[in-house]
Design a binder for this molecule. Structure first.
Ligand SMILES: Nc1ncnc2c1ncn2[C@@H]1O[C@H](COP(=O)(O)OP(=O)(O)OP(=O)(O)O)[C@@H](O)[C@H]1O
Ligand SMILES: [Mg+2]
Length: 399
């Protein structure tokens, strides 16, 4: 266990006000390369440094499960269990929020000695203040987490699914029900495909599922549009050296809502789903719906789509989106999200790095930053706590 810089404030001068949303204790049990590790931090930004393979990204990944969804690496839940452990894992945290303090825990049970069933291993259990929650979606009301990882350097060049997930994580900040709605939509979509494939060919049943999918697609699209609209305003002028950007949610319902009333879009999408039945049955894929949407990002100064920008420019665009979102959230919910920034410093030039750190401090966000090189974070000395990570152990350092 580690008590990071307890009472260090006295020596370092007057203590800054504690952040409105922050993790103050994180406990990892059989999570990735951690056996049982407890990290105590103050409500301030945190810098984790250490050699390759130490466990820095794993700490960020653990924090990413304090929110609904598939986590920062999109891993399958059993993969997160420590190799050589019992097959289960858990992440527990004490979180300070504007509404008070909460104890949150999440994880999966180990496999029973008789082998257990796969279903159990795929379900993430969540407890809030000791009581079982309805599911990970309940976390969205309590805490928001947004991340930037090196894998996201490919966000604008790869397929749309990661961009859509990025957008949906942003939407959660404005509409905590969004995750539940997307999950419900995906369930109905699977039911319809199964019915198309395996029968019975029941027109009324299919029509009911399609009506539900159309209705959910429009609700999901409306939430995406709303979040994008808010972000557009905050992003247009750029943030310091991070460029102005324009955002657009693309997709059948997302675009149809420009011109038509929601009920009309719903009817049209329902008709489309009906017409698509033979093709969907043939391909085993649903051709149209909320799961096909995309997020389009344009670099405003250059007037170019993000995909045509350089790697560094793309990173700067992503940072701009995340910072704009954090600013809006601070105004909207009284606290900016936790920001998980994996190796973000290494990708930015000195001026952008300094601007990012300044903005994090000004925002009052508990950012968790990682890097192999402590020197890159020098300008955060005094404002952040520095922790060292080595071989699945987290210890305080002289920051
Ligand atoms: N399920 C698991 N059980 C045990 N160890 C694991 C598991 N999954 C990953 N690891 C190991 O955890 C270690 C730390 O990984 P992590 O990605 O956190 O490193 P890092 O400190 O971010 O390193 P880098 O600087 O290279 O990004 C790695 O050696 C990895 O192989
Ligand atoms: Mg890493």
């Amino acid at each position: 266990m580690l008590q990071a810089e307890r009472n260090a404030g006295g020596a370092a001068g007057p203590e800054a006000a504690p952040l409105p949303l922050a993790v103050t204790r994180l406990t990892l049990t059989d999570f990735r390369n951690y056996v049982a590790e407890r990290v105590e931090v103050r409500p301030r930004p945190v810098v984790l440094t250490g050699p390759n393979g130490a466990g820095k990204t794993n700490v960020l990944e653990a924090l990413s499960y304090l929110t609904p969804g598939r986590g920062l690496r999109g891993a399958r839940l059993p993969e997160l269990a420590r190799i050589g452990g019992g097959g289960g894992w858990s992440v527990a945290a004490r979180i300070e929020t504007p509404a008070g303090s909460a104890a949150v825990g999440t994880g999966i049970e180990g496999r029973a000695p008789d082998g257990g069933d796969d279903e159990t291993a795929e379900r993430r259990v969540v407890r809030i203040d000791g009581a079982p929650a309805r599911g990970p979606a309940a976390l969205a009301e309590l805490v928001r987490v947004v991340w930037l990882t090196p894998q996201m350097d490919r966000l604008f060049s790869d397929g749309r699914s990661d961009r859509r997930r990025f957008l949906d994580r942003l939407v959660l900040g404005y509409d905590p029900e969004h995750g539940r709605r997307v999950a419900a939509y995906e369930r109905v979509m699977r039911d319809r495909l199964k019915l198309l494939r395996d029968g019975p060919a029941d027109d009324a049943w299919l029509a009911a599922l399609e009506a539900r999918m159309a209705e959910q697609s429009v609700a999901i699209a409306a939430a995406r549009r709303e979040a994008v609209m808010r972000l557009r305003g905050a992003l247009a002028a750029g943030i310091g050296p991070f460029p102005g950007a324009d955002l657009r949610a693309r997709g059948y319902a997302e675009e149809a809502l420009d011109e038509l009333a929601a009920v009309e879009v719903e009817t049209r999408l329902q008709d489309l789903l009906r017409r698509n039945r033979p093709g969907d049955r043939e391909s085993g894929r649903t051709q149209e719906g909320a799961h096909r949407a995309d997020l389009e990002v344009t670099h405003l100064v250059k007037g170019l789509p993000a995909a045509l920008c350089s790697t560094g420019e793309q990173k700067a665009l992503l940072v701009a989106v995340v910072l704009a979102d954090a600013r809006l959230q601070a105004a909207h919910r009284g606290a900016p999200p936790l920001l998980l920034m994996d190796e973000v410093a290494a990708h930015l030039d000195q001026a952008r790095r300094a601007a990012l750190f300044e903005e994090i401090v000004a925002l009052g966000s508990q950012a968790w930053l990682t890097g192999t090189d402590r020197a890159l974070f020098e300008s955060l000395t005094g404002a952040a706590q520095f922790l060292s990570v080595a071989q699945g152990k987290v210890t305080g350092s002289d920051g």
